[in-house]
Ligand binder design. Structure first.
Ligand code: NAP
Length: 408
């Protein structure tokens, strides 16, 4: 029967997954083929270890980036969007984005066209991973970054272009705004609906995962009608839709005598610059974060560094009907084809994908096996250079060791 091996999303948005399920994959550019080759056997071994043949993934290759250009003459063929929409779930390697010209970012285009409105990045320390902070084990946060608006809306015109000049002229004439002639101009839109759906997803996650707080991170002291509105809309949404399950930080004392009970999420907000200091100095006070696009980009990379760097930073782009899991890092071109880079980010993104399918046992198996290999100090170059007594292994070998652990 057509579609019998595909996930579907029920009325409440939950995934219903068959035991044999088709999952799309995009190999990616640069180091993409290296990390994909290491990741696929790990995911398959974890599913086998957890379900002994009762469940399996059927991988469906989708073309994007350089491979798509070579084979189809198009960086992002329509077929890739259509198939991802039908499959509802995929795993992708990084794709190249030339700076300052050429095609618009493929990653952004994928997220926008599939309406994958939340970029979700869990950040948790794996014991034994070298970190630049003293207590990395206190970092256990999940960042929900808005994925369709703010700088991702892509409304930007180059300095000296007719569009930029007209906009500067219009802003001066109609709104009394002063912009130096000849400037490049960008527009940063943020809407209530896009903010609300992101905060709703973050709040639902906080409740389901038993988290104690949701922090809205914004720069509303300066950008009152975009970033500031993000925080206000976020608080309003929580008060309206999660009245019994959430409490604003300012009311915790009055309502609960200083400490919210279990099952009630404290909603707070922090100015973005202060938040960068907070996550370094008081990480244990932050659990789930919802933030506009640009803040989220900075914050999730900085948090990844606190727990060992981009090599172990998983991510997901999630919408209501489709989810695309991906390594947080880029194509790292200088390492392409060297079988050197850390595949941990894509492997851990694969674990998130397994969670999404509802295959929690397989997801846990991936994380446990990877953590065991890392704590044995058999690591790729990025961790080896920071870790005394480490044995440096290749990308493929790191994957193979995890597979062996899963089979043992
Ligand atoms: P990058 O590819 O993330 O690499 C920057 C540096 O991060 C690398 O040189 C390496 O540092 C470290 N790194 C990245 N991945 C690693 C891994 N798996 N293991 C260990 N270390 C890792 O960033 P970029 O060079 O700025 O971007 C290259 C291209 O990727 C650009 O075209 C960019 O637009 C694109 N990009 C794509 C995505 C995506 O597809 N989602 C995301 C970000 C960037 P060391 O040199 O110190 O070893």
């Amino acid at each position: 029967m057509a579609g019998e091996h595909r996930i579907r999303y029920d009325e409440s948005g939950r995934v219903v997954c068959p035991d044999r399920v088709e999952v799309g994959f995009i190999e990616g550019d640069g180091v993409g083929p290296d990390i994909w080759a290491a990741t696929r056997p790990v995911i398959e071994a974890a599913v086998e270890a957890a379900y002994g043949g009762r469940r399996a993934i059927i991988w469906v290759e989708l073309l994007a980036g350089e491979k798509a250009r070579a084979l189809r003459g198009d960086d992002l063929p329509d077929e890739t969007f259509d198939r991802l929409r039908t499959l509802g779930v995929g795993l992708k390697g990084p794709l190249t984005t030339p700076v300052g010209g050429g095609f618009r970012s493929l990653n952004v285009t994928l997220r926008q066209r599939l309406d994958l409105y939340a970029c979700v990045r869990p950040v948790k320390h794996i014991p034994g991973v070298p970190s630049p902070v003293k207590r990395p084990e206190l970092v256990d946060m999940v960042v929900f970054r808005e994925n369709t608006e703010d700088v991702y809306a892509g409304l930007e015109w180059p300095a000296g272009s007719p569009e930029a000049d007209r906009l500067i002229d219009l802003i001066g004439r109609e709104f009394g705004g002063l912009i130096a002639p000849g400037s490049g101009v960008g527009v940063k839109p943020m809407s209530r609906p896009a903010t609300e759906r992101l905060v709703r997803m973050a709040m639902k996650y906080a409740l389901e995962d038993g988290r104690r707080s949701l922090t809205l991170v914004h720069k509303g002291n300066i950008m009152k009608h975009t970033e500031g509105a993000f925080a206000r809309w976020g608080y309003d949404l929580c008060a309206r839709e999660f009245a019994d399950a959430s409490v604003p930080e300012a009311e915790v004392q009055a309502r609960y005598g200083g400490e919210a009970p279990d099952g009630v999420v404290v909603v707070k907000d922090r100015i973005a610059d202060a938040m960068f200091q907070q996550v370094l100095l008081r990480p244990a006070e932050y659990e789930v974060i919802a933030t506009p696009n640009l803040n989220g980009d900075y914050l999730s990379d900085a948090l990844a560094a606190q727990v060992g760097g981009l090599g172990l930073a998983p991510g997901a782009n999630i919408g209501d009907k489709c989810a695309l899991f991906e390594a947080t890092h880029g194509t790292a071109p200088k390492y392409a084809g060297l079988d050197k880079i850390n595949p941990g980010s894509l492997i851990l993104s694969g674990a998130l994908l397994l969670d999404h399918l509802g295959w929690a046992e397989a997801a846990a198996a991936v994380r446990t096996a990877l953590a065991q290999i890392v704590s044995a100090k058999t690591v790729t170059y990025d961790l080896a250079r920071q870790l005394d007594g480490a044995r440096e292994v290749l990308c493929s070998e790191f994957g193979r060791l995890i597979v062996e652990r899963l089979r043992s």
